[in-house]
Write a protein that binds this ligand. Structure first.
Ligand SMILES: Nc1ncnc2c1ncn2[C@@H]1O[C@H](COP(=O)(O)OP(=O)(O)O)[C@@H](O)[C@H]1O
Ligand SMILES: [Mg+2]
Length: 266
């Protein structure tokens, strides 16, 4: 459903500081895949998401989504199909608007309805129902300003907003990294349950090796702008931290421990 072919991206192209981040990068995603993306700081993971979402454009190469060439399509146009959640819980929601108002805006935007029409009673019931699926009691706080919620509650609402209308592709860029470990685990579980019940094709960047292995149906490990390890299918279901690190060393001829990669085990 998503293909990236021979993508090259260099920052500061015409300056002495030029930095090639992705070189001849290719990737193909199948409908319904849930891919965990892991790799050291600076490996190019967020750059990959920026290219997919259209926040930056490649120097060369081609990106397609459901066979449509989106390589140079604006970020705004792609946002209709691509949902994105960031690390910072305050991104993506308006702090001074209530839970219900934030949801209504996301809902109207994704339905392409005009905001001025407002939301109907039926819409309100739908939004409340979706929020109650989170199992956090937030359906009783629909009139609370989002800025008053905890980081975990906010990420849960953001997750609901991004999936109210099913996106073709959901990009999660370390969306649990700013949360305490227990809350992070809860948001990862919610992510898994929403993604699997709605069959959403998803890419999730994480720093946590154990989370990366446990979550999803495929694992990509990036290193210096390249895919160092790509594991799916039966091999994925048997994966452990030690054989993942072993595969990484085999493929990159580098020795690696989780400290050096700034990765965490549980
Ligand atoms: N917009 C940008 N301008 C210049 N350099 C950038 C930009 N975005 C990322 N980089 C550089 O690209 C490299 C990869 O960054 P990034 O994709 O954010 O890594 P990761 O998310 O894997 O930690 C880093 O060295 C970063 O400094
Ligand atoms: Mg990043």
């Amino acid at each position: 459903m998503l293909t990236m072919k021979h993508i090259n991206k260099t920052f500061y192209l015409n300056s002495p500081d030029r930095r090639t981040i992705l070189k001849n990068f290719s990737l193909s995603l199948k409908e319904g895949e849930f891919i965990s993306v892991i790799g050291s700081n600076g490996a190019g993971k967020s750059t990959l998401f920026n290219l997919i979402a259209g926040s930056i454009l490649p120097d060369s190469g081609k990106i397609t989504l459901d066979n449509k060439d989106i390589t140079f399509l604006s970020e705004h146009k792609r946002a209709v199909w691509i949902g994105r959640i960031f690390q910072d819980p305050s991104k993506g929601t308006a702090p001074n608007l209530t839970v219900e108002e934030n949801l209504a805006i996301a809902y109207m935007r994704s339905k392409k309805s005009h905001l001025l029409k407002g939301i109907t009673k039926k819409d309100k019931a739908f939004l409340r129902e979706r929020i109650s699926c989170l199992g956090m009691g937030l359906e009783n706080r629909m009139n609370t300003k989002i800025g008053l919620l905890s980081g975990g509650q906010r990420q849960a609402v953001t997750l609901t907003m991004a999936t109210l209308v099913k996106p073709k592709l959901l990009l999660l860029d370390e969306h649990t990294a700013a949360l305490d470990p227990v809350t992070a685990e809860k948001i990862t579980e919610l992510t898994q349950s929403i993604v699997s019940s709605e069959h959403i094709t998803t890419m999730m960047i994480t720093h946590n090796l154990t989370t990366a292995i446990k979550t999803g149906s495929r694992l990509l490990m990036m290193d210096e702008g390249k895919i160092a390890v790509d594991i799916k299918g039966e091999e994925h279901s048997k994966l452990t931290v030690s054989n993942l690190l072993e595969r990484f060393s085999q493929n990159t001829k580098k020795n690696l421990n989780s400290d050096r990669m700034l990765l965490q085990y549980d």
